[in-house]
Design a protein around this ligand. Structure first.
Ligand code: SF4
Ligand code: SF4
Length: 75
């Protein structure tokens, strides 16, 4: 699971940026960002964020590849 950042919550403290092992996080417009293609899914950013601005779980009812809605419109 690749984490995402709640841009309305993040205060740009950079704690996660400094702790990300592959160093693929940064700050843009005072908000943490992740180069998701290079994420190792370790979850450390989620663990260290003091205000819970990192989402590491799919929100309830989020669509996933095996969600039936993906197959609702065959090409
Ligand atoms: S899950 Fe790990 S590798 Fe991915 S952005 Fe967070 S700290 Fe970095
Ligand atoms: S640790 Fe949390 S609040 Fe700080 S920059 Fe990262 S996501 Fe934003």
């Amino acid at each position: 699971m690749v984490p995402t950042i709640d841009a309305f919550k993040c205060d740009g403290c950079k704690i996660c940026v400094l702790q990300c092992p592959p160093q693929i996080m940064g700050i843009v417009k005072n908000v943490a960002v992740i180069i998701t293609d290079l994420c190792e899914e370790c979850g450390i950013c989620n663990d260290v964020c003091p205000i819970g601005a990192v989402r590491f779980h799919l929100p309830e009812r989020e669509y996933t590849a095996d969600h039936p809605a993906y197959h609702a419109h065959p090409r």
